[in-house]
Design a protein around this ligand. Structure first.
Ligand SMILES: O=c1[nH]cnc2c1ncn2[C@H]1C[C@H](O)[C@@H](CO)O1
Ligand SMILES: [Zn+2]
Length: 362
């Protein structure tokens, strides 16, 4: 099945060798959007889940990317029913988190913040705390298997269309000493503005806890305004529609100025944007304009399986579209660590001991 009326997403990029070796940091990557296709097939068999569109892992990978390539965020999100269906036991969550860390490390990622919505993993009888513990255990195992080459933290996501965000914010605070770095809201943006979840954000503020908000993906600048000025977000998931507040000649409106001048990081995910219709093609993606205007830009995958991408491929697409060299990726990687929800000394150590020397050696 090919739902796409959106020819925007070209085939996977052929990645240059230096890109694979370059140290990378990813702030925006969903656990339930990045499973190995073979793992989905195995877990579906084990758990008797029979609704997969195919049991061939290679075909399944293609199916996700095609089904998600619809030009609509809502249809993009429908594909997650198949991944969440196999993420309902402690063993499955642990395995998926461990494999996620291994896959990222193999792609040169040295720091990752991986997000997921605990409320979507309760169908097998786990409690919210048990979900978080299973995922954390999996990530610690994955870090070990990767020989310490990667540090992983999680963000707990509240779904915008449900009413559990305050509970998930409390869960975030409860687990923050244990690998949970912050909170996020995700899901369909239309009809679910961020201020619906204000009690969650106010709780996190009172507790001095980090959060980011998906905004400016399917809805324009008003969603970003609400996320920043009403909810007080530290970073913006996507945020590319900040361009609504930038004139053709590059003059910034008050909101765009505020976001740029306060160095609020944008978690930009180009391939995902092409699939959901937030951008037309790589060459006209606003990432380059925003970077030239001085915004704090980070480059991200969003959903490695669903968007059929990796950090290396996102880098390669930017090389092909804008001619970026290693210095730009070093800038994006340092920006990501500057904006990471990690204590300053740990961020500084990763920049000074891993990222800078890694780029110097390319
Ligand atoms: O890019 C996105 N925008 C809004 N919601 C998203 C995006 N990618 C994934 N999600 C949703 C689907 C997942 O089930 C959920 C938690 O990871 O977050
Ligand atoms: Zn996302």
């Amino acid at each position: 099945m090919h739902l796409s009326d959106n020819p925007a997403t070209p085939a996977a990029a052929t990645v240059s060798e230096w890109i694979r070796r370059a140290p990378k940091a990813v702030l925006h990557d969903h656990l339930d959007g990045g499973l190995r296709p073979a793992t989905i097939v195995e877990l579906a068999r084990e758990h008797g889940y029979t609704a997969l569109p195919t049991e061939d892992p290679a075909e399944l990978a293609v199916w996700f990317r095609d089904a998600a390539d619809s030009g609509s965020l809502e249809r993009y999100l429908e594909t997650f029913a198949h991944t969440c269906a196999v993420m309902q036991t402690r063993e499955a969550l642990q395995r998926i988190a461990a494999e996620c860390a291994e896959d990222l490390a193999a792609d040169g990622v040295v720091y990752a913040e991986i997000r997921y919505a605990p409320e979507q993993h309760l169908e097998g009888g786990l409690t919210l705390d048990e979900v978080v513990e299973a995922v954390n255990d999996g990530f610690r195992e994955g870090e070990r298997r990767a020989g310490g080459r990667i540090t992983v933290r999680t963000l707990l996501t509240g779904m915008r269309h449900t009413d559990r965000s305050l509970e998930i914010a409390q869960l975030t605070v409860a687990h923050r000493e244990n690998g949970v770095a912050g909170f996020d809201i995700a899901g369909g943006e239309i009809g679910n503005p961020p201020a619906r979840h204000l009690p969650a954000f106010q709780h996190l503020k009172r507790e001095n806890c980090h959060f980011t908000i998906h905004a400016g993906e399917a809805v324009g600048a008003e969603s970003i305004h609400e996320a920043v000025q009403v909810c007080g977000t530290e970073r913006i998931g996507h945020g590319v529609r900040i361009t609504d507040d930038i004139a053709e000649d590059g003059t910034l409106g008050r909101l765009a100025s505020y976001v740029r001048d306060n160095r609020i990081a944008l978690e930009v995910c180009p391939t995902s944007n092409l699939q959901t219709g937030a951008a037309k093609d790589y060459a006209s993606h606003p990432i380059d304009e925003l970077r030239r205007l001085g915004f704090r830009i980070t480059l991200n995958t969003d959903n490695r399986l669903v968007s059929g991408t990796t950090m290396s491929e996102e880098f390669q697409h930017m090389v092909d579209a804008f001619g970026y060299g290693p210095e730009v990726f070093e800038e994006f990687t340092v920006a990501a660590l500057d904006a990471a929800f990690l204590p300053l000394p740990e961020r500084q150590r990763l920049i000074d001991e891993v990222v800078r020397p890694g780029y110097a050696a390319l």
